[in-house]
Design a protein. Structure first.
Length: 539
């Protein structure tokens, strides 16, 4: 059992940003101020929301919580973890119950379920029932009603009775509701996708839903249900049973202000339902090398990506075979395949750039490289895909690719604080050119409780713009001197050291520049067991 201190340190240092962002978006020394940082419990900041692409290219809304509110929420979760875990105990259907590992364990603040464990749970269900019903909650995180947090802990009716008696505000779950609301100007609908605090809270609500789905007399039992967050599978014996299960599911989630996703419903019979084991197709690569390995690998990848649309084949395969691809002697061929891939799927930049940038590193950016990055910036700006746009800006900073006023102007038009911060970073490096007055006017009236906190803090403390638009730390725009306290203690929310602009900075990829520049691997290096059961979430 981890301590409250360990839990708080992990949340502050490893759970703040969405995992989908480039390496510079990370915290440093945030947990060092855990004993001195003192935002008032009533502080209500704004979440910095941004659109980012899923592996299929569909946009969903991610969020970065104001650090004062994230600190308050994380501290409270850390202190109340025993009670939160008791709420999780309401369910035995979930395959993704959040857990805190030891302080020194690698990875995110909380452990995520592995793809292998998900397959195992689904395969077991398919072995027990002839019919599998798959259901989904529509826009789950964005639809969560924060007042349903006490409902999850106490049950909806008891919680509403306590509210009517004016006693609910004395219960710990009401404080969790309040601290969650304060993360986005006290709004009651929606949790940001990305922070680990959102995953913790969302599982509490799902645990109560599971409990009510399997209540006595419901006709459903826990062994009949498996779910990975809001993606549910029900085991049934006939079509009528699927209709009853779906009806109960819809009624139950509606009770908690959630809605059913009609477009993700399926009923599979027998062998029609099979947990995806696409990894097995790569077994054929075990005895290949050189050009044969490269061509065979990408042929399999292209075929499986179309065959399994619900699985991120590209992300999984590139990361698991990263070292073999990096060390392959046919480096020009690998680079060309990766370039084809990113042109076909620019929203997969997060998974392609860790390899592609390794091949580019150390070489002067030529027309080919510049054109690819400029094209990606244009495409992502046009789609408002901020998550992917940040990766193309990162690639430009990584390789010292210049962006002119027109290209930077497309980024400014997005009006996002993380994009603006990267533009200022490039300006400080002398490679990005843009009309700085457009951004100064944008932030002239901004305060630290707004969603502009990140560029205000990082541009201001680094001195990248000393005008009044960004010189606000410790002033009227910084009530309670919270950001002044963070700056004095050297807390960082954007990292610029060379390590974060090298292949060694890609967390979990286990790559070094030596893999790209060194000799090819010996024959027979591939071992399927080295990468099966990977623990990352590839959604």
């Amino acid at each position: 059992m981890t301590s409250p201190t360990t839990r708080l340190i992990r949340l502050l240092d490893r759970g703040f940003y969405p995992a989908e962002l480039p390496p510079p978006f990370a915290t440093r020394r945030y947990s060092d101020v855990r004993g001195t940082f003192a935002p008032p419990n009533g502080y209500a900041g704004s979440t910095l929301f941004f659109d980012g692409a899923t592996f299929r290219g569909h946009l969903r809304k991610f969020g970065v919580i104001n650090p004062a509110n994230y600190f308050i929420l994380s501290r409270y979760i850390s202190q109340r973890w025993t009670e939160i875990s008791q709420t999780y105990d309401l369910s035995s259907c979930s395959g993704t119950r959040p857990k805190f590992p030891a302080r020194s364990a690698p990875g995110r603040a909380i452990q995520s379920a592995s793809l292998a464990n998900k397959r195992k749970g689904q395969a077991h269900l398919a072995s027990m029932y002839p019919v599998i019903l798959s259901l989904d909650i529509n826009r789950y995180y964005g639809s969560i009603y924060t007042h349903s947090i006490p409902w999850a802990v106490l049950g909806k009716e008891p919680a509403k009775a306590m509210f009517a008696n004016n006693t609910l505000n004395t219960h710990w779950s009401a404080s969790l509701d309040r601290f969650t609301r304060n993360c986005n100007q006290r709004q009651t609908v929606g949790l940001p996708i990305g922070p680990d605090t959102s995953r913790i809270i969302s599982e509490m609500i799902l645990s109560r839903i599971d409990n009510e789905l399997t209540a006595s007399g419901s006709g459903l039992a826990s062994p009949r249900i498996y779910h990975n967050i809001d993606d549910y599978q029900f085991g049934c014996f006939d079509v009528q049973a699927t209709e009853n299960a779906q009806s109960r599911f819809v009624r139950t989630i509606t009770k908690y202000e959630l809605r059913f996703n009609d477009f993700k419903t399926s009923i599979d019979h027998g062998l029609d339902f099979h947990p995806c084991n696409f990894q097995r197709f790569f077994d054929a690569l075990a005895n290949t090398s050189g050009r044969n390995f490269v061509e065979h690998f990408f042929e399999i990848l292209y075929q499986l990506d179309g065959r399994y649309p619900q699985v991120n084949v590209i992300g999984y395969a590139l990361k698991r075979f990263a070292q073999l691809l990096a060390r392959n002697p046919e480096k020009g061929l690998v680079r060309e395949y990766l370039q084809r891939l990113i042109f076909a799927a620019p929203h997969q930049a997060r998974w392609i750039f860790p390899l592609l940038l390794g091949f580019y590193k150390g070489k002067p950016p030529n027309t080919e490289i510049r054109r690819l990055i400029h094209w990606g910036i244009e495409v992502c700006s046009r789609r408002n895909d901020v998550g992917s746009l940040l990766w193309y800006l990162y690639a430009a900073l990584f390789l010292d690719v210049r962006l002119n006023g027109s290209q930077c102007g497309q980024c400014i038009g997005i009006a996002n604080g993380m994009v603006d911060l990267m533009l200022y970073h490039g300006r400080d490096r002398g490679i990005f050119t843009f009309n700085v007055n457009r951004l100064r006017s944008r932030y002239a009236a901004s305060r630290f409780h707004s969603d502009a906190w990140l560029p205000l803090y990082e541009i201001g403390r680094r001195g990248w713009d000393a005008t009044a638009a960004f010189n606000k730390i410790g002033g009227q725009a910084d009530p309670n001197m919270l950001y002044a306290h963070l700056m004095v203690n050297n807390v960082e929310f954007y990292l610029t050291e060379p390590r974060y602009f090298s292949v060694e900075g890609f967390d979990g990829w286990n790559l070094t520049q030596g893999h790209f520049d060194g000799p090819p691997p010996p024959q027979g290096i591939f071992n399927l067991n080295d990468w099966l059961g990977d623990g990352e979430n590839y959604d």
